[in-house]
Design a protein around this ligand. Structure first.
Ligand SMILES: [Ca+2]
Ligand SMILES: [Ca+2]
Length: 553
């Protein structure tokens, strides 16, 4: 009896928290104008967020909620159609409203390409984006808001217009035929890999008998990361940006450092992590190793803090896969098992690891497409990502359900701030194919709508940060509740525990909480706006609904 009262009182608080069901909560008078209704709904969201915040707060550490920004497509401050750092500064309040406390900037250094993954100068800002002074202003504004910043550090290759590569090629052209190059005459000849024998992914140094390695493109000559002078350069570059206030770096293309050699790549990552930690003891590094589960696990042996969790994100990852199989119990129940298995494997390789889950990024297309543009699945996908342990990453525009697939520029389309696509909206990058419209509309349309994807993301992030066991906890399957189409797992951290239940189904599911009298439902996320209902000790989760349980005080 006591149990039932407990759950019932919880239910009442839940309805206060997320009272979006018209038949249980008094609604506005019929004559209420659209604008008034909108502001009332927005107030409801704010009230829900305030209630969530009362649950607690995340500690100030490297477990963050990151937002990946492609500056080019984010916000244009000066009307030239290209996003820039001042544009980002103007949107920091927006990111704070969303709940973001970390930003990953795709490359910002001078470059010949629109995406800037071929760096010409590691110590400057591309003039399209602004100046080093703009970056310093950005860092100061982020610090005010407790937003950590990591920048893309592209070490596998430079641009072919980088001074190191230009000097090396000039030197090789100056050599008499058949002469061996000397690093004493030109140190840069050892910064890259040159050979007289071409191989796949190698390109000619025009006007010489030499070829160079450029696995991605002739514009991207591969650096020789075993060279001590190259490593000294990398150390100096990291120091320079740490001095500007960055928290760390995102390491691009780490599996191509030495293409085909995991052992060598692990050694390089170990060196980078060790060096970064020497320079800044709490440095945060996250590496891109686009590989399967076993290989990602192996890379954690390098001691790297974080690796993007490709086995869960990406079109072939476990999150899109289980959402596509929604309603199939045999698939749903394996999701929590996969979470536990990943945690065990990564932890065994590096007990200090911080997972780096994501749904989409600039290379893989957007989650909206992976789940068939189903708005309810887009919401639950957001929660699945944000309720994974570690530092969760959101790709800009994911929170408003932007679509994007096909060629790379189309995955990197302008953020949709408003319906008229002005007010900072950028021009599309070259060869970007824009959709006629986005399925869930612009930020402006979603902001005042309590049931929007955007406000769902805000609530999911708030829950993640109010209950730090969600981001910090070790994960185990909650067997008694991991039943049917409900995926249930427990997280434990620092004496705190949560149980997360997700109904991965287009139909309602019922969970039996008889054996959970000592637990309370602390927070819920409703995808379709219907209530989380209770029938005795049975918790009824609506389609794609989520409940988070915590032990009673
Ligand atoms: Ca601009
Ligand atoms: Ca390489």
């Amino acid at each position: 009896m006591k149990k039932a009262v407990r759950i019932l009182s919880l239910l009442l608080s839940l309805l206060l928290l997320f009272g979006c069901s018209a038949n249980t909560v008094p609604t506005t008078a019929p004559e209420t104008s659209g604008a008034a209704l909108e502001s009332e709904q927005a107030e409801k969201t704010e009230a829900a967020l305030a209630e969530i915040a009362k649950l607690g707060a995340s500690p100030d550490d490297n477990y963050r909620t990151f937002y990946e920004i492609f500056v080019y497509s984010f916000c244009d401050s000066d009307g030239d159609g290209i996003g820039d750092l001042q544009g980002v500064i103007s949107k920091l309040d927006y990111l704070q409203e969303l709940g973001i406390n970390g930003i990953w900037f795709m490359p910002i250094h001078p470059s010949q390409s629109y995406h800037k993954y071929d760096v010409r100068d590691y110590y400057d800002i591309d003039p399209q984006y602004g100046t080093v002074a703009d970056f310093e202003e950005l860092m100061a504004e982020c610090a005010k808001r407790d937003i950590h910043v990591i920048t893309d550090l592209v070490l596998n290759h430079t641009g072919n217009d980088h001074a190191w590569f230009v000097a090396a090629c000039d030197y090789l052209r100056s050599l008499p035929a058949g002469a061996e190059p000397s690093a004493e005459a030109c140190q840069y000849v050892e910064y890259y890999s040159f050979s007289r024998e071409p191989a796949s992914g190698w390109h000619a140094v025009e006007g010489s008998e030499w070829y160079y390695e450029g696995m991605f493109s002739p514009h991207m000559p591969d650096l020789n990361l075993g060279n001590e002078k190259v490593r000294a350069e990398i150390r100096d570059i990291m120091q320079f940006w740490f001095d500007k206030g960055v928290s760390g770096f995102r390491l691009d293309a780490a599996k191509e450092f030495y293409s085909g050699s995991v052992d060598k790549n692990v050694e390089v990552l170990n060196w980078i992590q060790t060096t970064a930690t020497e320079l800044k003891p709490d440095a945060y590094l996250v590496a891109e190793v686009w590989e399967n589960f076993a290989t990602v696990s192996r890379y954690y042996e390098s001691g790297i803090t974080s690796l993007f969790d490709f086995p869960f994100g990406n079109s072939s990852g476990k999150i899109p896969k289980v959402l596509l199989a929604a309603g199939t119990a045999s698939t749903v129940t394996t999701y929590a098992k996969a979470l536990q298995q990943a945690d065990e494997a990564y932890y065994a390789a590096n007990p200090n690891y911080i997972d780096a889950p994501f749904l989409s990024n600039h290379d893989v297309g957007r989650i909206a497409g992976f789940v068939g543009r189903d708005p309810l699945k887009m919401k639950l996908a957001g929660a699945m990502n944000l309720f994974m342990s570690g530092s969760a990453f959101i790709y800009y525009g994911e929170e408003i359900g932007m679509t994007g697939s096909g060629n790379d520029p189309s995955k990197r389309a302008p953020f949709v701030w408003n319906d008229t696509r002005d007010n900072g909206t950028t021009d599309p990058p070259p060869e970007c194919e824009l959709p006629e419209e986005y399925p869930l509309g612009s930020l402006e349309q979603q902001r005042g709508d309590d049931s929007s994807l955007y406000n769902y993301y805000r609530q999911a992030i708030a829950i993640r940060q109010a209950l730090p066991a969600i981001s910090h906890g070790r994960t185990t399957v909650e067997e008694a509740l991991n039943v049917g189409c409900v995926s249930a797992f427990r997280k434990a951290w620092n004496g705190e525990q949560v149980i997360i239940m997700m109904n991965i189904s287009p139909d309602a599911s019922t969970a039996d909480l008889t054996d959970y009298a000592d637990w309370s439902v602390a927070a819920t996320l409703s995808a379709d706006g219907s209530e989380i209902a209770l029938d005795g000790a049975a918790l009824v989760l609506p389609p794609y609904g989520v409940a988070v349980l915590i032990p009673n005080a």
